[in-house]
Design a protein around this ligand. Structure first.
Ligand code: ATP
Length: 244
């Protein structure tokens, strides 16, 4: 087993939208091999933090390093090529394309297309659809899929670029319990293969079961960070959730 090293280093990050301080001096360092759960009340900054890592926003302050390289100033498309993939709270699939075509979009980035033939990319897409048990939908138009199926497709598509870190935003929200179990199993398997995750979820029982570490945001600040069983009992976390 290789020793853990720093995968992601979020350092003193602040970000405001007008008068709203969405992230307020947040620092979070993640080692390889971790599965980080990120929780917090509505509006606490969870999605903004994922967007900051994914470079959708320019930081007001701070920096973000991934595998030792500063990434917060890279062009957006470079983030995926560095090995970071993500899914969104509401799945963003290309609704008028088939499931297979959706899978092939990331496959045709310059890097992948240079390294793999179209046949290999097609095979990889089919393998991933089978891995997530949605291969029966291969030729279906993505817009016809249920919300849960679209989340699985978005997850499968995120895997096309062989990411090192996957950011999942509310992957279980509105997902049928059977699909949720499948997703949990697959996240566990991928994690076992060396892919690390940050998972944002309001589903506390599930996130407690899944995570090796739990970080909590409230009002844009990190208020707790550590082993899930410890964090869940901390007074500041209970107060933030109960709003007292
Ligand atoms: N693009 C934006 N423009 C303006 N304000 C924003 C924008 N994105 C987020 N905010 C504000 O920043 C704060 C943090 O929002 P964020 O979506 O990160 O919270 P969250 O913890 O993900 O919430 P939820 O659990 O409800 O999804 C909120 O006050 C939100 O209204």
């Amino acid at each position: 087993m290789t020793a853990a090293s720093t995968l992601l280093d979020i350092h003193d990050v602040s970000l405001a939208f007008g008068g709203i301080q969405a992230l307020d001096d947040v620092s979070l360092s993640m080692a390889t091999g971790e599965l980080l759960g990120l929780i917090g009340p509505n509006g606490s900054g969870k999605t903004t933090l994922l967007n900051a890592i994914g470079n959708l926003y320019t930081l007001d302050r701070g920096r973000i390093d991934f595998l030792g390289q500063r990434i917060d100033r890279l062009p957006l498309h470079d983030i995926a090529l560095q090995g970071i993939a993500r899914t969104f709270q509401v799945a963003r699939v290309f609704r008028r394309m088939t499931v297979l075509e959706n899978m092939l979009v990331p496959g045709y980035t310059a890097n992948e297309a240079a390294q793999h033939t179209p046949g290999e990319l097609g095979q990889r897409a089919r393998d991933l659809l089978r891995f997530l048990d949605i291969d029966q939908l291969t030729h279906e138009q993505a817009g016809n899929l249920s919300g849960g199926q679209q989340k699985l497709l978005e997850f499968a598509r995120a895997l096309m670029l062989r990411p090192r870190l996957i950011l999942l935003d509310e992957p279980f929200a509105g997902v049928h319990p059977l699909l949720k179990e499948r997703m949990l199993e697959r996240i566990g398997e991928l994690h076992g293969q060396g892919i690390d995750f940050i998972v944002v979820s309001h589903d506390l029982p599930t996130i407690l079961r899944l995570s090796s570490r739990l970080a909590v945001l409230a009002n844009g600040r990190k208020i707790a960070d550590g082993p899930p069983e410890e964090v869940r009992h901390q007074e500041a976390v209970i107060e933030a959730y109960l709003g007292v």
